[in-house]
Design a protein around this ligand. Sequence first.
Ligand SMILES: [Mn+2]
Length: 253
Amino acid sequence: MTVAHYFASDIHLRFDRADRDRRFQAWLSRIRPSDSLVIVGDLCDFWMGSRSSVPVLMRSPSLQALAAFRGAGGSLAIMPGNHDIWMRDRYETLLGARILHEPHEMTVLGRRLRLVHGHLLGARRPWKAIMESQAFFRGFGLLPGSVARPLDEILAWRNNRGLLADEERHLKVYREYAGSLAGTTDLVIIGHVHRPVDDHHANPRLVVLGGWQHRSSYLVINEEGVHFHIENDRAGDSPIAPAIDSDPGLSSP
Ligand SMILES: [Mn+2]
């Protein structure tokens, strides 16, 4: 069997969204140790990363499966995103992952790839940068649940209110970014925006991997070519929006 290279992002694992965790874990069980997996940011949601101790964190079926995949000899690389930048050390020590810094360039089966999570390309609102500080990450973890949960809901409400415009603004920037790499890159892989996108006729091709809130989306590169998959999950962990995620809880994007 040929080796397959998998790419996914924005799984946003959280203990209060168990379906998401189970679905990603089930997907991981299809990947063989001879394959490789790259996660392009936001594997864990801010909520889970900041508010869980190491033993609690490793109760996640997906994190256990990632550690097992690595333990069986699988190649696992993780690029931290805006939600899990402070998880880097834990990804290395608990999962055995190789940490990728963005922008990351790699050649896979003759194709020149460029990977970024997508929050640093210039499209996000300035106030969002505050959430990426280590102080905010630590501080949020110390808040009592009675304070953290309403704050989480306010942030989710703010995110959802402007989500469509936010996605469009990011996608415009992503397409300009990809266009600027023509001639040096064959495939640009980005996360952060939760709507999956495949500009397969563009040069270079642009793939926005998409979030795992309501569906599973991932890219595979093997000897047969480059394939982007979107698997809708009717039993997702919150109401399904066809093109736009309306996910409660710091998850967008
Ligand atoms: Mn993100």
